[in-house]
Design a protein around this ligand. Structure first.
Ligand SMILES: NC(=O)c1ccc[n+]([C@@H]2O[C@H](COP(=O)([O-])OP(=O)(O)OC[C@H]3O[C@@H](n4cnc5c(N)ncnc54)[C@H](O)[C@@H]3O)[C@@H](O)[C@H]2O)c1
Length: 371
């Protein structure tokens, strides 16, 4: 079965094609959306010889001129050097303004490849082939690309602080690729699905709750429906506010808290795990401000934990450096933190949250935290 979801953007609308087994006939979907017949495939190391090879063989069999550049998907490597390596490989292959970059991998490689496509020769066609759940439902939808850059005076990278809006020509989702994804990464993607459910789709929350046991046992029969519903939440939000001046900020739910702890190596958190802890911190904050009832806060926590996501960090941390890291969050407004906090039936953006409330939220998710 093939599901097509059309997403409109100021750079033109594009389709998300959701079909099991689609990678082996990628050309069928890629060729009609671009004039390019020369492309650089930017492949996640974990899928170069499997899923990227399937895409490459379909395109090569239909006359494309191709090369594959393999990138290691590690967050500290998502920086300018990686983008330069894509530009260099593009030049070596002789790409020009009529060529394309095809990313095959998770959100990390997609963000790098997308930023390279947005900037190479001032922008060439970009095709996304996401192979993680997170990339399928979130990172590949909505045209955001970007890299991390070092924060002045701190020994950590600021997440996604440089980038571009660059819509893909096509997002080709083959849920069969998830069979090779480690369970922990699948769970990380479920955090973003849960985020979409909490923001605006109670039926997705129900579907996640009822599928939790199967998903934990590696049975992915229900994943196509989850992917489709989660993409549709993201579609509605990005179509309403492509450039993140309003509603799109809602997608940042859990991220301002999550981004502050994600780079801390000793915590060893995936993006989804950090965001899940961030969502629970935000929920605690809502509770203090009276924005959500105890029942709603508990239901957010129980959904995330049912997905196998952590409720708190596994070690204690001082809170002051977390405030420093939050300050650099690109959603800060005029020096004030912009927090997305759950309400009874959705989420709301607040810029007036007091330091004491944020501190209390951190205490709710960090055992024995030192203020
Ligand atoms: N652009 C956006 O709108 C947006 C939105 C959300 C997240 N992101 C970014 O996405 C990144 C996180 O993405 P992610 O969760 O996909 O992580 P990831 O890209 O780091 O991939 C996770 C791991 O899975 C491996 N992998 C990927 N596909 C696989 C497969 N099919 N089988 C086996 N292994 C596979 C990767 O090599 C990696 O080790 C972060 O950098 C985040 O900032 C971007």
């Amino acid at each position: 079965m093939t599901t097509q979801i059309s997403i409109s953007s100021s750079q033109g609308s594009y389709d998300v094609v959701l079909e099991r087994g689609s990678l082996i006939h990628s050309d069928l979907y890629v060729a009609p959306v671009t004039n390019a017949r020369r492309a650089l495939i930017v492949a996640d190391e974990a899928v170069t010889s499997t899923h990227a090879a399937a895409v490459s063989s379909s395109l090569a069999g239909n006359g494309w001129t191709l090369a594959t550049l393999t990138l290691r998907a590690e967050e500290p490597l998502k920086r300018m050097e990686a983008v330069e390596s894509v530009w260099h490989a593009a030049l070596e292959l002789g790409l020009d303004r009529e060529s394309a970059i095809v990313s095959v991998g998770g959100g990390l490689v997609g963000d790098i490849a997308g930023f390279a496509a947005a900037t190479f020769m001032r922008g060439i066609d970009f095709i996304q082939v996401p192979t993680t759940l997170l990339a399928m439902v979130d990172a590949s939808i909505g045209g955001k690309t970007g890299i991390n850059i070092p924060l002045p005076g701190l020994d950590v990278l600021g997440k996604n602080l440089a980038g571009a809006f660059w819509s893909p020509k096509l997002v080709l989702v083959d849920p069969n690729t998830l069979a090779s994804l480690p369970q922990r990464e699948l769970t990380s993607g479920l955090a973003e699905c849960a985020k979409h459910a909490i923001i605006g789709d109670p039926s997705l929350a129900e579907c996640l709750r009822s599928s939790a046991a199967d998903l934990a046992a590696g049975n992915l029969a229900s994943i196509d429906t989850i992917i489709e519903q989660a993409i549709n939440v993201k579609r509605l939000v990005v179509e309403a506010d492509e450039r993140e001046s309003g509603q799109r900020m809602l997608l940042n739910f859990g991220h301002t808290f999550g981004h502050a702890i994600e780079p801390i190596a000793s915590l060893d958190l995936t993006h989804g795990e950090a965001v899940a802890i961030g969502m629970q911190a935000a929920a605690a904050c809502s509770g203090r401000l009276g924005l959500a009832s105890t029942a709603r806060i508990c239901s957010i926590g129980s959904l995330l934990q049912r997905m196998g996501l952590p409720a708190h960090t596994r070690e204690s941390l001082p809170i002051a450096p977390l405030f420093e890291a939050m300050r650099y969050d690109k959603k800060a407004a005029g020096g004030r933190l912009r927090l997305v906090l759950p309400t009874e039936d959705g989420v709301v953006v607040r810029t007036d949250v007091e330091v004491a409330d944020i501190e209390a939220a951190w205490h709710a998710v960090i055992p024995d935290a030192v203020s």
